[in-house]
Design a protein around this ligand. Structure first.
Ligand SMILES: CCCCCCCCCCCCC/C=C/[C@@H](O)[C@H](CO[C@@H]1O[C@H](CO)[C@H](O)[C@H](O)[C@H]1O)NC(=O)CCCCCCCCCCCCCCCCC
Length: 562
């Protein structure tokens, strides 16, 4: 329900040339997992082979069906008044086996059509070359832990520059090295789900940074002057807030930022290059204590350090939340596996229970953390041009996402505060344009400004309240806390249809229980059901009085209409 907006100065303006964007990624929205010659990705493989690793055992086979509905997507981009659409290209859709020996022309055409449609409406495509969907055949060679990935990634990127470089002016090589390497290889949060702590994550990052640098040099040497484009990388971190004011916790915060972000940012953005010294020292010492012959953190040669340094035209940062950190004790005994990235880092993390929560357990709403993080980047890397390439919040369904409106206004205010304090933030891209496949948690957490009906064959898209608010922000370049629209006729009808379909779905199921209703689509319907239950009582439900499906449809429908 609409909450009262916090008291804030009205009409705070962003710089006139501020870039507004909206983002998605291929595996999360496209579907068409084996359409028109696409090869298997590590996500296809993981979700088909081990569905139990995904919260709702789902997969991205159809997802938001953007492979077929891309024109509708562009319409949504236009309705949001953004300048930029940030999307990723599916490597196995272009190169089914990962290598350039087999180029899928249907895949090439798909993104070409999308890019042309965007340009037709004056929207700038911002292309992520790699957002987590590695061709499975490359994984069978060890994926990012095998140095073979470096030339192969470069070949793939060259093909994209050749095919689209005339029209795409903003590129990012790789989205979120930390998530790829630690969540994918160290833990089992993301594909390929190795769950092998402490060693492969460092090999993965080492190859990834070299691959990134190769691609950026190639772009700069062969394409940039001609095409006048920009190229960079997107990295993720939460702000690592010291749990207390003690020197130890402040040191823990600094160390955590170096491990979570400096791991990639220091080699690329610092003056000296290379991994942060604190990582080199800690991982080197711990490796020695653990009986390894060499540090588990590989070494760069001076030539490699020079080659990687400076390879990004902007600092792409993805940031959603804040974590509190405190010093781990002297024996580093926080139940981390030995060895592991977390034991190497040597801090203990938690979140303040008083922070506002969201649809994701890890994501607490802490706008000040965004300010602090930007200021840290500004100080640490000599005030680079920053683009917030991802920021957003999840819900559990429905269209009345006033909590997202609050999140947007508050985080954007924090970014404005940082700009006013000297940070060179040049753009912001909300994550995500629409509800989509949220990796390990499947379809149970929704980051979209557009609701997607995953039960409908067309994957019907309906704007949430925050879509209107974001469109207004992008149009006016201004945060207006008093702008809190209510659902319009179109949204109400869409929601009524949604609930009707859902109810018919319920009625065809032999097990129409409170469980499957409550774990269904929307908070809207849950709120409705809870109101019904408040009137009739849980007993009435369990005795079957409300299991009359027609009755349920009628009640839901008339509620929506009213
Ligand atoms: C063996 C020792 C283990 C110690 C491990 C401690 C680890 C703490 C892990 C906390 C989990 C955080 C999950 C965070 C994920 C995001 O950083 C990441 C961002 O990627 C973008 O995000 C978008 C929204 O997610 C989007 O989808 C884009 O595509 C991305 O670019 N998101 C993800 O990686 C998505 C998958 C997340 C699955 C996580 C499921 C695990 C939940 C664990 C819950 C722990 C919560 C406690 C948090 C306490 C903080 C210390």
């Amino acid at each position: 329900l609409p909450t009262s907006p916090p008291v804030e100065p009205k009409g705070r303006q962003f710089p006139h040339d501020f870039i507004w964007g909206i983002g998605t990624s291929a595996y999360q929205i496209e579907g068409g997992w084996n359409a028109s010659g696409k090869g298997e990705s590590i996500w296809d493989h993981l979700t088909h082979t081990y569905p139990e690793k995904i919260t709702d055992q789902s997969n991205g086979d159809v997802a938001s069906d953007s492979y077929h509905q891309w024109r509708r997507d562009v319409q949504m981009v236009r309705d949001l008044n953004v300048h930029v659409y940030r999307f990723s290209i599916s490597w196995p859709r272009i190169l089914p086996g990962g290598y350039t020996n087999n180029v899928n022309s249907e895949g090439i055409r798909h993104y070409s059509d999308l890019i042309n449609e965007l340009l037709h409406y004056n929207i700038t495509p911002m292309v992520t070359i790699y957002h987590w969907d590695l061709p499975q055949r490359l994984q069978e060679l060890g994926g990012w832990t095998n140095p073979e990935i470096i030339p192969v990634f470069k070949d793939y990127a060259r093909l994209l520059f050749e095919m689209y470089g005339d029209r795409v002016k903003i590129w990012t090589t790789i989205n979120e090295p930390f998530q790829i390497c630690e969540f994918g290889y160290g833990l089992d949060y993301l594909a390929p789900s190795y769950n092998y702590p402490g060693i492969p994550c460092y090999l993965c990052v080492h190859n990834l940074l070299k691959a990134h640098a190769e691609v950026v040099h190639m772009y700069r040497d062969q394409y940039q002057e001609l095409k006048q484009g920009k190229i960079g990388i997107s990295m993720h971190t939460s702000y690592m807030q010291p749990k207390t004011d003690s020197d130890e916790d402040r040191e823990a915060s600094e160390r955590a930022l170096q491990f979570y972000l400096g791991w990639f940012a220091h080699p690329i953005f610092s003056k000296s290059g290379n991994y942060p010294q604190i990582m080199i020292d800690r991982i080197g010492n711990l490796s020695k204590e653990q009986g390894f012959t060499r540090s588990r953190l590989p070494e760069f040669t001076q030539e490699e350090i020079n080659h990687i340094r400076g390879t990004s035209d902007f600092f792409g940062i993805n940031a959603y939340t804040t974590t509190r950190v405190t010093f781990n004790d002297q024996n580093n005994t926080a139940n981390f596996p030995v060895p592991s990235f977390y034991q190497d880092m040597g801090v203990v993390e938690d979140q303040d229970p008083s922070w506002t929560d969201s649809g994701s357990s890890w994501l607490k709403v802490v706008p000040k953390g965004m300010y602090n993080l930007i200021m840290w980047i500004m100080r640490e890397y000599d005030n680079p041009p920053i683009i917030v390439t991802e920021n957003g919040v999840s819900d559990k369904g429905g269209l009345e996402d006033y909590k997202r409106v609050d999140y947007l206004n508050a985080y954007l205010s924090a970014i404005l505060d940082a700009i006013e304090d000297g940070a060179n933030v040049q753009g912001y891209s909300y994550w995500s344009m629409m509800d989509s496949y949220e990796w390990k948690v499947g379809y149970t957490e929704n980051f979209g400004l557009y609701h997607v009906d995953f039960n409908h064959p067309n994957r019907t898209r309906t704007p949430k309240i925050a879509a209107k608010v974001y469109a207004q922000i992008c149009k006016t370049n201004t945060i207006d806390w008093s702008y809190r629209p209510t659902l319009d006729e179109y949204q109400i009808n869409a929601m009524a249809q949604l609930l009707e379909v859902e109810a018919v779905g319920d009625s065809t199921s032999s097990a129409s229980t409170i469980y499957n209703t409550l774990t269904g689509q929307s908070w809207y319907s849950i709120t409705l059901l809870l109101s019904i239950l408040t009137v009739t009582g849980w007993d009435a439900w369990t005795k079957g009085i409300l299991t009359d499906d027609e009755n349920v449809i009628r009640r839901r429908y008339s509620y929506c209409k009213s």
